[in-house]
Design a binder for this molecule. Structure first.
Ligand SMILES: NC(=O)c1ccc[n+]([C@@H]2O[C@H](COP(=O)([O-])OP(=O)(O)OC[C@H]3O[C@@H](n4cnc5c(N)ncnc54)[C@H](O)[C@@H]3O)[C@@H](O)[C@H]2O)c1
Length: 267
């Protein structure tokens, strides 16, 4: 029996990057994967050009090894689209066991130049989206008397970041959401955690580099430098942490911030 047989995981931002890697890994471990993504180009930030085909490719890759996946489409900022996806997860697979709030964007900007709209978009996608998924997934978890919620924050949720005030604010907000929900949901046996990766080798990093006219390595190094001699970590490193954190091996881990920073926050 695989580790996640009969468990249903909802993954937001599943078309690319860490979400995609998580979808494949959990499906390989037997989970029913509900992959949620906008799968459309965003006006802001300009690098995000995810399309429906990215989701179809994910489905084909999971189907090729006999995994189970349900594709759901929507914007994490839209309550009705989030509710439809969460209900579809339950209706299709009969449970909602794990929620990985992962969809997110990043872009640079100085505070005095930052259009108000860009601040709002950052906060809405990176933080309100997680709130909405929790809002609709938690009642299912409460009925099951069990669940795990993982919020993908960043090292930017534990420190300041130059030209990233809106990104860092949204990622610190994920910590407040995580800790408060951990308190609220512990009596229901629902664990809530945030994860805090350093730069990850994903299309987000490539997109930021393209927008800045820099290389992905230069973008990664701007984060102030990992202690270990790597410019970034891989999505698979994040996934390995998730496979542990979502399992019963981490049954008493809740409310905390799991750091995957290659030592960056040490100095
Ligand atoms: N890449 C990094 O260096 C890094 C480091 C630390 C934390 N993070 C965080 O990890 C998460 C995943 O990042 P990634 O690197 O995989 O990014 P990515 O850009 O490679 O993938 C993000 C996915 O989220 C989707 N998405 C964006 N806005 C959406 C919306 N409104 N509704 C639904 N889906 C939406 C995109 O379509 C895309 O498929 C983000 O929250 C990010 O802030 C990234």
């Amino acid at each position: 029996m695989a580790q996640y047989d009969n468990k249903t995981i909802i993954i937001t931002g599943a078309a690319k990057g860490q979400g995609r890697a998580a979808a494949i890994a959990f499906a390989k471990e037997g989970a029913n994967v509900v992959a949620f993504d906008l799968a459309q180009k965003l006006c802001y930030p300009a690098y995000n050009n995810t399309c429906k085909n990215d989701m179809e490719c994910l489905k084909a890759e999971i189907a090729a090894f006999g995994g189970k996946v349900l594709l759901t489409f929507g914007d994490v900022r839209k309550a009705d689209e989030v509710k439809v996806a969460v209900d579809a997860a339950y209706d299709t697979f009969g449970s909602v066991d794990i929620l990985f709030n992962n969809a997110g964007i990043c872009a640079y900007g100085l505070v005095h130049e930052l259009p108000e709209q860009e601040w709002d978009t950052m906060m809405d996608i990176n933080c309100k989206g997680a709130f909405l998924f929790c809002k609709y997934a938690v009642p299912y978890m409460q009925r099951q008397k069990k669940g795990v919620i993982i919020n993908n924050s960043s090292i930017a949720g534990l420190r300041g970041m130059n030209r990233l005030c809106h990104y860092a604010a949204s990622k610190w907000a994920m910590v407040g959401l995580t800790k408060s929900l951990a308190i609220e949901l512990a009596p229901h046996n629902i664990r809530v955690l945030s994860i805090h990766p350093t730069g990850v080798n994903t299309p987000m990093n490539d997109g930021l580099a393209a927008m800045e006219g820099a290389t992905p390595q230069e973008i990664a190094e701007r984060s102030a430098g990992n202690l270990l001699p790597v410019p970034w970590i891989e999505a698979e490193d994040v996934v390995n942490a998730l496979l542990y954190l979502c399992s019963d091996n981490a049954r008493y881990v809740t409310g905390s911030q799991f750091v995957l920073d290659a030592g960056l926050l040490t100095r």
